[in-house]
Design a protein around this ligand. Structure first.
Ligand code: SF4
Ligand code: SF4
Length: 535
């Protein structure tokens, strides 16, 4: 982790009203609060316009000469294309119900991180350029002219929004600030302003099928390492099918799961589960990424990256798709897929080959969440489980923003955890389920140079974890998202030290009793199981 001040210092947050009006305050680009720009060759390779070398800390951002026209035209096009965008520009009554709901405002005290004001950064230009009142009354009507400082402000604050949609839950008009952020980012892309932590994964997904750029042979090698580890721990050698034509199910999970801990332990959990069930399924080295990083760029790229998963399902001739523990993959699948690339009529509505359960909720996308699949297995007594193997664990559950708010996906993960871990405690009710607080790294903000804002944005989640740690000795934060598994460990180390992060299927893999397995002495991390600790 980059060097950070101690938590007590970061907690010195000023919520006082600034002396100057918000339109007169310029954003301060200091280390820790902004992300590095996309590399020109990557931007160019993807076909995004106006690639160039530039730095947020420079005075001159080398904008294209006609940048005002580009932005204005882009704004006009999107107002016409997206009815919701137009409505969101018009209907905010500035009631402030959303103001204190954003984790970045709570953690920074910066008024421009209030969702209402974040949207106002865009609305003020909308009023000036597209409304009669704004044209006539100017500032009196909340309008302002487009200047370079405005675009710098957009870059700062629309890349300080994780598109988590917590604010929208509290808006009486249902205004979705995340959608406003998406539009602002699309406009920024038009003048070549993007961030590398998003663009490089997009480029890798576009080239190799996964955000890390792992080639098929390397993907298989990494898989082999995990298979070896499973054999060492359980005595069972799993033999997962890869790129198998004619399998019943295609399984897709974020590539973050195969890359680093703690994600790899979740990956091992999947391998164990599918092996034990004797599932007729396949992995794909082409659709080797569930996360859709296009969501953080523009709708064209989101559509293209989503299409890959369905193209691979068609090529392999599977009946339906099973999806792993991911956040934004499920937002794209549930909220956009059906109208964007779907309906996927060449696939079938998922039916569990083990229990016979038909999942009608997935009839549109033909894609089933692994937690729905596993919860159904447990509910039908199809798994032999020994929760005492997770006896060292006192767990709580972090609802990932996207599945929670895009799918209303609350019960299945909890049901699984309660069946595989002896002790489970909920965090405070205003921090879980639909009111869950973001990990601070979503929407492509999971980078090292952004660490101060990540930790500030992670304060509400970190405080809730600390609460259950202090009151119930909770030592494990379970989650169902690969970005969470990357973002939450430093967050916990900072705000709630002593709490580990685990995927739900890591806990399942620990608890599952496999046919013919050896006596297990360690969990999937290689840590001693209860009763096997060294003297
Ligand atoms: S809650 Fe909705 S209407 Fe009220 S200020 Fe926020 S965005 Fe505007
Ligand atoms: S979507 Fe999330 S990060 Fe963005 S303004 Fe709303 S609460 Fe804040």
């Amino acid at each position: 982790m980059a060097k950070m001040p101690p938590p007590e210092e970061l907690l010195d947050i000023k919520y006082t009203t600034p002396v100057k009006g918000w339109m007169d305050i310029r954003p301060e680009f200091r280390p820790g609060v902004f992300s590095y720009p996309g590399k020109p060759d990557i931007i160019k390779g993807l076909g995004f316009p106006n690639s160039r070398e530039w730095k947020p800390t420079d005075e001159d951002w080398k904008l294209p000469e006609n940048w005002r026209e580009i932005i204005s035209e882009g704004f006009r096009e999107r107002l016409k294309k997206y009815r919701s965008f137009k409505v969101f520009m018009d209907i905010c009554v500035r009631c402030g119900a959303c103001a204190d709901k954003c984790h970045y405002f709570i953690g920074s005290g910066d008024p421009k991180n209030m969702p209402v004001l974040r949207a106002e950064l865009l609305r003020s230009i909308y009023r000036n350029d597209f409304t009669f009142a704004g044209k006539i009354l100017g500032k009196l009507a909340g309008a302002r002219k487009m200047e370079e400082d405005v675009i710098k402000e957009w870059f700062m604050y629309f890349y300080q929004c994780t598109e988590c949609r917590r604010c929208s839950l509290f808006c009486p008009y249902g205004i979705d600030t995340a959608e406003i952020t998406m539009m602002a980012r699309e406009l920024l892309h038009l003048v070549g302003l993007n961030i590398n932590w998003i663009m490089e994964p997009v480029s890798n997904c576009n080239r190799t099928g996964n955000h890390l750029g792992i080639q098929p042979h390397a993907y298989k090698d990494m898989m082999e390492f995990l298979i070896d580890d499973i054999e060492d721990i359980t005595g069972i050698r799993v033999d997962p099918p890869v790129n198998k034509k004619g399998a019943e199910i295609l399984f897709i999970t974020p590539s973050g799961d195969i890359f680093a801990d703690p994600g790899i332990f979740t990956y091992m959990g999947y391998l164990i589960l599918f092996h034990e069930l004797g599932l007729d399924y396949t992995w794909s080295t082409y659709a080797s990424e569930g996360g859709n990083f296009g969501l953080f760029t523009n709708d064209t790229m989101m559509k293209k990256l989503n299409a890959k998963m369905y193209a691979e399902a068609e090529r392999l001739g599977v009946k339906w798709i099973l999806g792993g523990e991911c956040g934004h993959m499920w937002r794209v699948i549930n909220q956009y897929m059906d109208t964007m690339n779907g309906p996927a009529d060449f696939l079938e509505t998922p039916v569990s080959p083990i229990t016979g359960t038909r999942f009608n909720a997935a009839a549109g996308t033909k894609m089933l969440h692994i937690c729905e699949f596993t919860a159904d297995l447990i509910n039908n007594n199809k798994l032999k489980l020994d929760p005492s193997r997770n006896g060292n664990i006192k767990a709580t559950f972090h609802d990932s923003c996207n599945p929670a708010r895009a799918m209303g996906f609350f019960e299945e993960p909890r049901y699984i955890i309660k069946n595989v871990v002896p002790e489970f405690y909920e965090m405070p009710s205003n921090t879980i389920r639909e009111q869950t607080f973001c990990c601070g790294g979503g929407a492509g903000l999971n980078n090292e140079e952004f660490m101060e804002m990540r930790l500030r944005g992670g304060l509400p989640r970190g405080s809730a974890v600390k609460f259950v740690r202090d009151n119930h000795d909770v030592n494990t934060l379970a989650c169902i998202c690969a970005i969470d598994r990357a973002t939450l460990p430093p967050l916990c180390d900072y705000w709630a030290p002593g709490v580990n992060v685990a995927g739900v299927h890591e806990l399942v893999g620990n608890a599952m009793i496999l046919e013919g397995e050896q006596e297990r002495t360690t969990d999937l991390r290689g840590e001693p199981l209860p009763g096997y600790e060294e003297e």
